[in-house]
Design a protein around this ligand. Structure first.
Ligand SMILES: Cc1cc2nc3c(=O)[nH]c(=O)nc-3n(C[C@H](O)[C@H](O)[C@H](O)COP(=O)(O)OP(=O)(O)OC[C@H]3O[C@@H](n4cnc5c(N)ncnc54)[C@H](O)[C@@H]3O)c2cc1C
Length: 399
């Protein structure tokens, strides 16, 4: 029986797992090298709650099938973790997907792929649990007039409105962190770097950190994202055949007045997107500008440190690059009240370039949990799927 568990990593994966275990009566210790809970990739991403539309580069639909149940379960699980409705954090309108002329999936290929994803969503019994009602999910192909109002026709060849939404990840991070701090069965060890996990003759597990050897625990859940593979290796778990780490930053902007610039994704490949959370808070990314470094090392080196001037330069370039494709982004630049450039690592069990249709980086179908007894290691894969994976881990450890 599991009564005492360690959770490695305090991102959305680790905090959701810790809360779900604690609410089943288990004492949990959470370890993180950062000084605050949910301070890395899980705080600084665009919060797309995937139904599968983004993965037109994986025409097999395996990635869509993998991410869909987690996307549909996100709202009910997170609402129960934070004991509050998510409504205030959800984007107001369905996403617009614009197809770039250099997309890895053609316009017709994308249309066919979107229809197939919509059928998957329509057939799913949990579709009504999504962020916004999905009673009769449908994709709308943009008319020429609609497209002209949104995009530069030299680079965008067509577009669709799909029933997908995002959440403000900073809003969710603040509430999840609050819930963890309020939970008496959870102890947090911040500023603590995990270096390994060891198994003792009793079968119980110890967590090795740069400062101490801690435990024993009945179970350990490794949710360290970019730090995960090294700890798996210390337990003798095999690494995937190939993996990559990419460090990406984006712009988190606030405008002086509300703007109705629509949430738009330029797909499919190394392009960018805009998220409009509430009229004044925006996420803006231009992939080639935000990709600061890549690494195939098991533990990537520290990402570059950005001074104020570098952040300003990145923000200005992202806005200019996006506005060259989506002219309405100029309105955001003109109305900027404040802006932050932040980001995190993206781990993927694949390699190659987003611009290459054959690259394995387009797939997220192998994400999830691997284990050796009560040592569990979880490749979150996507923010949107983490609470659902956490629920499965908690059920497994308390079965
Ligand atoms: C720019 C960007 C945009 C993205 N957009 C989306 C999106 O729209 N939708 C989506 O679903 N996903 C998106 N993602 C992916 C998403 O952010 C991640 O899948 C998710 O946040 C991973 O959660 P996690 O809890 O596993 O990792 P993290 O949030 O990174 O948490 C891992 C924690 O482990 C800690 N850690 C690492 N190594 C060690 C160690 N050795 N010792 C102690 N602590 C350690 C870190 O400090 C960190 O706090 C995006 C990512 C980025 C960077």
């Amino acid at each position: 029986m599991v009564t005492h568990a360690a959770v490695l990593g305090a991102g959305i994966m680790g905090t959701s797992t810790a809360l779900l275990l604690a609410r089943r009566g288990i004492r949990v210790v959470v370890f993180d090298v950062a000084g605050h809970l949910i301070d890395r990739a899980s705080r600084w991403n665009e919060g797309k709650i995937h139904l599968g539309y983004l993965y037109a580069g994986d025409a097999s639909l395996d990635t869509a099938r993998r991410v869909l149940p987690g996307g549909l379960a996100f709202r009910p699980i997170v609402e129960s973790l934070i004991a509050a409705p998510l409504g205030a954090a959800v984007t107001d309108h369905d996403d617009t997907f614009l197809v770039h002329r250099d997309s890895v999936a053609s316009l017709d290929g994308t249309a066919g792929y979107f229809d197939a994803v919509t059928r998957l969503v329509s057939d799913h019994p949990d579709r009504t649990h999504y962020l916004a009602p999905l009673t009769a999910p449908a994709v709308h192909r943009l008319t020429d007039d609609e497209l002209e109002r949104l995009a530069n026709p030299d680079v965008i060849v067509g577009g669709f409105r799909v029933p997908e939404r995002s959440v403000s990840t900073t809003w969710v991070a603040d509430r999840l962190a609050e819930a963890v701090r309020a939970e008496p069965r959870i102890e947090c060890r911040l500023l603590t770097c995990v270096t390994g996990v060891t198994r003792h003759a009793s079968g119980r597990l110890r967590v090795e950190t740069t400062d101490a050897s801690d435990g024993p625990y009945d179970a350990v859940v490794n949710a360290l994202w970019e730090g995960r593979l090294a700890i798996d290796a210390s337990m003798g778990l095999p690494s995937p055949a190939a993996w990559s780490h990419r460090y990406r930053v984006s712009v988190f902007a606030r405008t002086r007045r509300p703007l109705d610039v629509p949430s738009t994704v330029i797909s499919t490949g190394p392009f960018g997107d805009v998220k409009n959370y509430n009229g004044r808070d925006f996420y803006l990314s231009w992939y080639p500008t935000g990709l600061l470094t890549e690494s195939a090392a098991m533990v990537p080196a520290m990402p570059p440190i950005l001074d104020a001037e570098a952040r300003e330069r990145i923000a200005a370039t992202v806005i200019a690059q996006l506005a060259a494709r989506l002219p309405r982004v100029y309105e955001i630049g003109d109305q900027l009240e404040s802006c932050r450039v932040e980001g995190g690592w993206v781990y993927a069990a694949g390699t190659g370039s987003l611009a290459d249709p054959a690259s394995t980086i387009h797939r997220r179908d192998r994400i999830g949990t691997s284990r050796d007894g009560r040592y569990l290691s979880v490749d979150t894969g996507k923010y949107s799927i983490a609470p659902w994976l956490a629920q499965r881990i908690a059920e497994d450890l308390t079965a």
